[in-house]
Design a protein around this ligand. Structure first.
Ligand SMILES: Cc1ncc(COP(=O)(O)O)c(C=O)c1O
Length: 494
């Protein structure tokens, strides 16, 4: 019996001359049949014409039709049986309600529900281009010794055999873990060996790992307020209950009663250079925090993101090294000491945790970026890293001094400068009548990207008003003009 060819398949002739590519006759016919089935123009259970009849109707070869029927049958759209070919019964997705006038090709509906834990993550203001002045946290990109790094990469590529193209150790290249442990012992007083070091994709992955490995949903995490937004994001994403803890001139403030009223599982802190206020946590507070964490079964995450660049006073060692067996997970990054797109950082696990976390880490991580890791290990061991740090320390010290000078001469609004013992930024506090968010938004339109201090606070106080000025990637020659412009914008915003 010959079945008539449904009109849905004859609407337009097939375009010829496209060979075997995406526009081939076979592909066109396949798409046409599939759309007719999905669009219910061919009813479930209905029979299709024989391959010869359809080939004749469309003026194409029978082989083409047979190949398309076979493919659609393999995909489950058609059911061949002894009498011919039937359309399969499929559950069709509900159609998205198309906004008026958009026609049938409206974007497919996105499920309305995303994880509830993502809702507290604040949206960031639009970013100016990467080189915008004053952007906090960016090192002097133009000063990075690219040629030397290129040679280290080339050497790593040449000397590592084909096996280096495999995943590698999930916890990082042994050579890099060894180099990091050695460097941290000398430069930061961190007590660790290579087995405790996990190489991560920047500090951000290290923070996310701490939250995933050490907490259960609903556990409490203390975070500095104001504090690093990335840490809060990692805690939110792990479904933790975030408790903002105020920060003063001695860093994170904790009262004894907090340990009983809101006992934390995790405490996030930047003791060597509080981000963004620049406070240094006093030795008394460090010891107290460690003792209380030990007593209450909490873990401290010490984010030591930029203290390699010490500008004033005695070097302050890491909290991790202050007390043997301290319940501290030490987090670091090469985003400031090398460059951010390298995306390499590290986590130093307490000895007691290193063995226990070995197996989960080996399942969570995949290694990779092995040539960069090997090159970085040589960069550190061969002295190039230390030389670069020395040069950058001098450069940032000069830039900070020049910025202080420019602020004192050209910022014509009352202000107070916080921090500056180390790192790449200064925090300039302003009276409330100069609203920091409005000034930062106006600055963005002039190619400047200072951050509003209030944007780092979960519960902003009157004090949390000011601008965080990153001087790492802004040359000192520009400071005078830039500070004059900021001053105008601040006065205009008042
Ligand atoms: C406080 C703090 N921690 C960590 C980082 C570095 O994160 P990552 O290594 O993921 O680039 C930054 C970067 O700006 C930071 O400000």
């Amino acid at each position: 019996m010959t079945r008539s060819v449904p009109q849905a398949l004859l609407d337009a002739p097939l375009a010829r001359g496209h060979g075997r590519g995406p526009g081939s006759l076979q592909r066109q016919l396949h798409d046409r049949l599939k759309q007719a089935i999905l669009g219910a123009h061919l009813a479930p259970g209905s029979r299709l014409p024989g391959s010869r009849a359809l080939a004749d109707a469309l003026g194409i070869s029978r082989n083409t039709v047979t190949a398309v029927y076979d493919l659609l049958a393999a995909e489950g759209y058609l059911l061949p049986d002894r009498q011919g070919t039937r359309v399969a019964a499929l559950t069709r997705p509900a159609r998205a309600a198309a906004p008026r006038g958009t026609g049938p090709r409206a974007a497919p509906a996105v499920p309305a529900v995303t994880a509830r834990r993502l809702s507290p993550i604040q949206s960031e203001p639009a970013q100016a281009d990467g080189d915008a002045a004053w952007r906090p946290g960016v090192p002097a990109l133009a000063q990075f010794p690219l040629a030397e790094w290129q040679r280290a990469l080339d050497r790593a590529m040449r000397s590592a055999g084909p096996s280096t193209l495999g995943y590698g150790n999930p916890l990082g290249e042994p050579a890099l873990r060894h180099a990091i442990a050695g460097h941290l012992g000398v430069a930061r007083g961190v007590r660790c060996d290579a087995a405790q070091v996990v190489v991560t994709e920047g500090a951000m992955e290290a923070l996310a790992l701490c939250a995933r490995l050490l907490t259960n949903p609903g556990d409490t995490a203390w975070v500095e307020d104001p504090g690093y937004r990335g840490a809060r994001t990692a805690m939110h994403a792990a479904d933790l209950r975030i408790v903002p803890m105020r920060v003063d001139a001695e860093g994170l403030c904790v009262r004894d009663s907090d340990w009983t009223a809101r006992p934390p599982r995790l405490v996030y802190a930047t003791p060597s250079h509080q981000y963004p206020t620049g406070a240094v946590m006093s030795a008394a507070r460090r010891l107290e925090l460690i003792a209380n964490a030990q007593r209450h079964g909490a873990w401290i995450i010490e984010d030591d993101y930029d203290s390699e660049f010490r500008h004033a006073g005695e070097p302050i060692g890491a909290m991790q090294g202050l007390v043997a067996q301290a319940p501290v997970l030490y987090v670091g990054t090469f985003s400031k000491t090398m460059f951010p797109s390298l995306r390499l950082g590290f986590l130093v696990l307490p000895d007691a945790l290193a063995a226990r976390l070995q197996a989960p880490l080996a399942h969570l991580l995949r290694g990779g970026h092995r040539h960069e890791q090997l090159a970085l290990a040589r960069f550190i061991e061969g002295g190039a890293f230390g030389r670069h740090l020395g040069r950058m320390r001098r450069l940032y010290r000069q830039r900070q001094a020049a910025l202080r000078e420019a602020l004192s001469r050209h910022l014509r609004v009352p202000h107070a400068i916080d921090g500056g013992h180390c790192g790449l930024h200064l925090t300039v506090r302003l009276p409330r009548r100069y609203p920091d968010a409005a000034i930062a938004a106006a600055a963005l339109r002039h190619g400047m990207a200072p951050a509003a201090l209030s944007s780092f606070a979960l519960q902003p106080s009157a004090d949390d008003n000011g601008l965080v000025l990153g001087y790492g990637n802004t040359p000192a020659e520009r400071f005078e003009a830039l500070v004059k412009r900021l001053s105008q914008l601040a006065r205009a915003a008042a």
